[in-house]
Design a protein around this ligand. Structure first.
Ligand code: PEP
Ligand code: MN
Length: 360
């Protein structure tokens, strides 16, 4: 249940509600918005009827059930959208979309530094790079581990780009937390509940990728583990799902980006690299993701994709990445409008082949 405090209610009234929620057998999670506070009462086993009676408490505007199984992740439990600050300066979920870029795997000092410098020059805000790699085959490159973490930290020190890297095991949380600014939970680990429970207490933001076969509800429930465990700094990432299609590596579910932003207050970014698996689709898919409302992108970039130890086929060259970044600021294509005699002399949208176009 959500207890919406009235605008102008007092701190004492809010504290009383918090105490009553605990007495009713639930955990209170308070969001203080600019105008009013919201108390989400979550948990199982408490008395719903007693909570509903809080409608009569001073300072309470209304008490409403949360419509979804994900509670703290639901938009209902917050007045505004969550903004996640990574590394003390990069805000995900604010006005501007954030681009994270870098190689699939950290392979060498030369490779990560060349990439970090180039993506920074092209306008990326964060550096990505895998140190511990989830590979389909045990015979494929598994990542450089600690050595890669040290290189990422050095690249961060030189470029100032905060680092996001994947954590696959609870055993690695501490060492990754010492070197990186954000934990990436990979698609294959979205429902590794032990990992999620421990990341909830790890004190750094989490990028939670959607599992290749996970529904949006399952994805948001995975995020609920992080919020319920005490970590509000969660960013969702759509990275493509498994469908019958085989021409693309995965099917980038852009509608899920929009829907997750409708259902949840958390920022949502897109990963067109894994979402398409094809270099030539990454720039248009990136533009589409931003157009549908994504709060950012995560992209694979490599100085020499043909020599990459993982995901070369979907990695952009440094030049391709710079071109993609320029394209993100280009306007969307104008839409052809039927000729409108009333607009003809004052049309601000310009004309294409004698037809007016809507202003962009
Ligand atoms: C990656 O980011 O390199 C990766 C392995 O991603 P995903 O978990 O989405 O497959
Ligand atoms: Mn990859």
């Amino acid at each position: 249940m959500v207890i919406n405090m009235a605008a102008g209610s007092t701190e004492a009234e809010l504290q009383h509600v918090i105490e009553r929620v605990k007495e009713c057998g639930f955990q209170p999670h308070v969001t203080r918005g600019s105008e009013r506070a919201i108390v989400a009462a979550v948990g199982s086993g408490g008395s719903r009827a007693a909570l509903e009676a809080l409608k009569a408490a001073p300072g309470v505007e209304d008490v409403v059930p949360i419509a979804h199984p994900f509670k703290l992740v639901s938009r209902q439990t917050r007045g505004d959208r969550t903004r996640v600050d990574v590394g003390g300066g990069v805000v995900i979920g604010g006005e501007a979309a954030v681009v994270m870029a870098g190689p699939c795997s950290v392979e060498s000092r030369e490779q990560i530094f060349a990439t970090a410098r180039a993506v920074k020059a092209a306008g990326a805000s964060m550096l990505r790079g895998g140190a511990y790699k989830p590979r389909t085959s045990p015979y494929e490159f598994q990542g450089l581990g600690l050595e890669a973490l040290k290189l990422l930290r050095e690249a961060r020190e030189e470029t100032g780009l905060p680092v996001v890297t994947e954590v696959m095991s609870t055993n690695d949380i501490q060492v990754i937390g010492e070197h990186a600014d954000m934990f990436q939970v990979g698609a294959r680990n979205m429902q590794n509940f032990d990992l999620l429970r421990q990341l909830a207490k790890a004190g750094k933001p989490v990028l939670l990728k959607r599992g290749p076969s996970a529904t949006i509800k399952e994805w948001l429930l995975a995020a609920e583990y992080l919020l319920a465990g005490g970590n509000p700094n969660v960013v969702l990432c759509e990275r493509g799902i498994k469908t019958f299609e085989t021409e693309t590596r995965n099917t980038l579910d852009l509608a899920a980006v929009a829907l997750a932003r409708e259902l949840s207050h958390l920022p949502v970014i897109a990963d067109p690299s894994h979402g398409t698996g094809r270099r030539e689709l990454i720039a248009p898919a990136s533009r589409a993701a931003i157009a549908i409302g994504a709060d950012g992108l995560i992209l694979e970039v490599h100085p020499c994709p043909e020599r990459a130890l993982s995901d070369g086929a979907q990695s952009l060259t440094l030049e391709e990445f710079a071109r993609l970044m320029k394209g993100l600021t280009a306007p969307l294509r104008p839409v052809l409008a039927p000729p409108n005699p009333n607009l003809a002399s004052t049309d601000k949208g310009g004309r294409v082949n004698g037809h007016s176009v809507y202003p962009v």
